[in-house]
Every structure is written in structure tokens, then in C-alpha cells.
Ligand binder design. Structure first.
Ligand code: AR6
Length: 169
């Protein structure tokens, strides 16, 4: 049985097998959680990312964690919010599913996700949380017993409250 939980805090500090980065298609760093992860991991992360040749929206790639407590970083590229009729929900669901597929391939047992696309990319948090929880549950139903814990790491009290109520309904 996999535990799904919401946690308030900085994802770069979490002691898990893998953290997920809300990156952009270049995979060469940026602001938000991406900037925080690169700062905390140190320059080794950027060097490894340079060799990955970017990543398309909805896909995921994996690296080492370098100076992070996490062993791996799974970089995924969320959709930019254009109003909701441009395939945003499908692309966001794909981010969660592709990240989990990679994680399973690398025997990751504990993983933490940030609220992908809900910062600079503008995806409304309520809707993003629904997609996030549904996608993770769908994956775990299809491939049970692979993960011990999936953490939704929230950087704001508001996001945390949205996750708490969505996880208990
Ligand atoms: N720990 C956990 N969550 C965080 C942290 C942190 N240290 N810092 C920010 N967040 P964003 P996006 C939350 O903007 O919307 C970058 O420039 C934040 O509060 O980081 O997917 C990339 O390079 C929000 O809830 O990612 C891309 O260009 C969530 O992380 C672009 O931003 C995602 O916000 C991606 O935009």
C-alpha cells in the first residue's frame, strides 16, 4: 500500500529517494522550484542536465541529486496554462505518470512532487491538485506495490490546504 500525503515545506530539504523538478524544456534551470533545486544541488546537476538535450512538455528525465538529500531528481516539464482548452490537463497528468514510471524503473520508493505548473506557468491550483492526485492514484492502481510513499510538497499554506481537503475526500 502506498501512502499519499501532503506536506508543507521546501522540497530541496526532503529526505526521499527522488524529488521532482518543475523544469522547462531546456532543462537548464530557471526560477521557482527549478532555481531552488539547482542552487541546492550545486553545479554538478547543471552539467548532467546539459547532456540530456532538453525535455518536451509532459515528459520526464532523471539525474543524480548531487548535494541534495534526495538521491535523484526527476525533471518534468509542465504545461503553460492557456485557459484549459489546450490539452493542459492531459499534459499535466502525463508529467505525474511519466515521472512515476521513471521512478519505478529506478527502484525509487519515496518520491516528492512540487505543485507542477502552478507557479510561473499559471495553472490554477485547485484544478492542478485534482489532476495530480488522480494521475498518481491511476498509476498506483495500474502498478501496485512499487512505491512506499508519494509526497505532495506544498510551498504555500494555501496549496497545502487544497491538498489536505482533496486527499481526504
Ligand atoms: N519547494 C517546493 N515547492 C516550491 C519551491 C520549493 N523550494 N519553490 C517554489 N515552489 P514554479 P512552474 C512551488 O513556478 O509553474 C521555472 O522557471 C511554487 O510555490 O516553480 O511549473 C522553470 O524553469 C509552486 O507551487 O514552476 C520553468 O520555466 C510550484 O513550486 C517554470 O518556472 C511550481 O512553481 C515552470 O513553472
Amino acid at each position: 500500500m502506498t501512502v499519499l500525503k501532503a506536506q508543507l515545506g521546501d522540497i530541496t530539504e526532503l529526505n526521499v529517494n527522488a524529488i521532482v523538478n518543475a523544469a522547462n524544456e531546456s532543462l537548464l534551470g530557471g526560477g521557482g522550484v527549478d532555481g531552488a533545486i539547482h542552487r541546492a544541488a550545486g553545479p554538478g546537476l547543471l552539467s548532467e542536465c546539459r547532456a540530456l538535450n532538453g525535455c518536451t512538455t509532459g515528459q520526464a528525465k532523471i539525474t543524480q541529486g548531487y548535494k541534495l538529500p534526495a538521491n535523484h531528481v526527476i525533471h518534468t516539464v509542465g504545461p503553460v496554462w492557456h485557459g484549459g482548452n489546450c490539452g493542459e490537463a492531459e499534459l499535466l497528468a502525463s508529467c505525474y505518470q511519466e515521472s512515476l514510471k521513471l521512478a519505478a524503473r529506478y527502484q525509487v520508493k519515496t518520491i516528492a512532487f512540487p505543485c507542477i505548473s502552478t507557479g510561473i506557468y499559471g495553472y490554477p491550483a485547485n484544478q492542478a491538485v485534482e489532476v495530480a492526485i488522480r494521475s498518481v492514484k491511476d498509476f498506483l492502481n495500474d502498478q501496485p506495490h512499487q512505491m512506499d510513499e508519494v509526497i505532495f510538497c506544498c510551498f504555500s499554506e494555501n496549496d497545502y490546504q487544497i491538498y489536505l481537503s482533496a486527499l481526504t475526500t
